[in-house]
Design a protein around this ligand. Structure first.
Ligand SMILES: Cc1cc2nc3c(=O)[nH]c(=O)nc-3n(C[C@H](O)[C@H](O)[C@H](O)COP(=O)(O)OP(=O)(O)OC[C@H]3O[C@@H](n4cnc5c(N)ncnc54)[C@H](O)[C@@H]3O)c2cc1C
Length: 425
């Protein structure tokens, strides 16, 4: 069975790797010149196995309204969330679906479903580690979600209680216990109210992981073709024909794992994917001789940013901009991330040499209901592995294995029925 995978980001490479392990002939087509050059390159690296909450939280409509006001007020570059006026008409159908899903019961259900997939992913990551001996700045101390106001902390503790139940350990920390566990936060002790520690959450450098997984898939016989942009997918009586500028490639089936590019690839086949690009930024900063370096990946819910020590660099990631696929890296956005770094690690931020900062921006493929789209479609031989939004690293390895097993109809495969794109019909 020859399967073509479109996209060599985290989701495409994970799918290719497990298709290969299932014995398929695999060809990966990637328009860029290496794996992980899209959203998978510079993300926050937090594997949210305990609480993988989608963005459609109740109250997100107020955040969206504020995001739009931010773009009108001239404070856009200094705000965590921005929705540009000119992008709004194009966002409308997606946005209505997105807001319709921001109800407490749906949010909880989708958080549980996402978290189960993320826990499966954590187990699959361990399986890959056993088989391949990768090294990608993995952490084994878990993640910290830190808070600057009591109400937000209390709400998150409630959510953790429901989502973790008896499956995942978590610990609520007051500021003393937090600073004892993570002394690098001592400088902002007075503005914090507490944290939740998830000891079993993984973290790492997703780009390095993706590159190593692509190498492992190649050594198992997968073919990666870079610089090959797919223009269309055509279904034949048996199998598929993939059109690229360089010609046609035929296979028995195709898996579309093209991140924000997935939607337009499958639309001519009558498959509607409500996915919007949510642009985010990160900076990677050398930690040089910083003695009190952080040990944990930390999500600061007060400033909406994540920090992650990856070897000798500190990754700071955050911001969401709804402005279509507007490329480029804004200097003001990078300044904003440096300011956020100063709000979390004031002393370290004073030592940052601006010339050493590695800036990056990428587009999260954000589905309208906060769940990814996995598996079969209503078109024979066309499969999906996309729409993971801000959870693509948390769910990549598990999604890849689950989709590959689904295609092969393996018994005992992870059940992906709730992630079927058919739910939007
Ligand atoms: C700032 C930021 C922080 C984040 N932090 C986290 C985090 O801490 N934890 C977490 O779990 N997730 C995080 N994410 C989300 C995560 O990075 C994404 O969900 C994930 O990378 C998506 O992977 P992908 O493979 O679907 O997309 P991509 O990595 O974008 O890969 C898609 C690939 O498809 C290729 N492609 C597209 N169209 C075509 C075509 N027509 N032909 C050929 N190739 C094509 C693209 O070139 C690209 O390489 C973050 C994202 C951002 C932006």
């Amino acid at each position: 069975m020859h399967i073509i995978v479109i996209g060599a980001g985290l989701l495409g490479v994970s799918t290719a790797y497990f298709l290969k392990r299932n014995g398929a002939e695999v060809t990966v087509l990637e328009s860029d010149d290496a794996p992980a050059m899209g959203a998978s390159y510079g993300n926050g690296g937090y594997g949210q196995a305990s609480v993988a909450d989608p963005w459609n939280a109740p109250g997100i409509n107020k955040v969206f309204l504020a995001a739009w006001m931010n773009s009108l007020s001239g404070r856009a570059e200094q705000s965590a969330f921005v929705a540009r006026t000119r992008a709004l008409p194009g966002l409308m159908p997606w946005g209505i679906k997105f807001l319709r899903h921001a109800k407490a019961d749906i949010y909880l259900k989708h958080t549980i479903e996402n978290s189960q997939l993320a826990r499966y992913t954590r187990d699959v990551l361990e399986e890959i580690d056993d088989a391949e001996q990768f090294s990608y700045a993995k952490s084994d101390v878990g993640g910290l979600i830190i808070f600057r106001d009591d109400q937000s902390l209390a709400g998150y503790v409630e959510l953790s209680k429901k989502v973790c139940a008896n499956d995942m350990p978590y610990e609520v920390l007051d500021t003393d216990a937090l600073v004892k566990k993570e002394p690098s936060l001592a400088g902002i002790r007075d503005v914090l109210v507490g944290a939740v520690h998830f000891p079993d959450d993984p973290a790492g450098n997703s780009r390095v992981f993706c590159e190593q997984l692509a190498e492992a898939a190649t050594s198992r016989g997968a073919t990666f073709k870079y610089g090959v942009a797919v223009s269309s997918i055509e279904c034949r009586q048996s199998g598929v024909s993939i059109k690229t500028r360089g010609g046609e490639i035929r296979g028995d089936a195709v898996v579309v794992a093209a991140g924000t590019g997935s939607r337009q690839l499958v639309r001519p086949l009558g498959i509607r994917l409500p996915i919007a690009p949510a642009k985010g930024y990160s900076i990677s900063v050398p930690m040089n001789d910083w003695r009190e370096r952080p040990r944990h990946v930390i999500a600061d819910m007060g400033v909406h940013a994540g920090v992650n020590p990856m070897g000798d660099i500190l990754r700071v990631a955050g911001t969401a901009e709804f402005a279509g696929m507007r490329p480029g890296i804004s200097k003001e956005r990078i300044d904003y991330l440096v300011q956020l770094t100063a709000q979390i690690f004031p002393e370290f931020a004073m030592t940052i040499n601006r010339d050493e900062i590695d800036p990056w921006a990428g587009f999260r493929p954000l589905s309208a209901d906060g769940l990814p789209m996995l598996g079969s479609t209503n078109v024979d031989n066309v499969y999906l592995n996309t729409g993971h939004g801000g959870l693509g690293w948390s769910q990549a390895a598990g999604s890849g294995k689950a989709v590959a097993d689904h295609i092969f109809g393996k018994s005992g495969a992870y059940d992906i029925s709730e992630f079927s794109a058919g739910r939007f019909n």
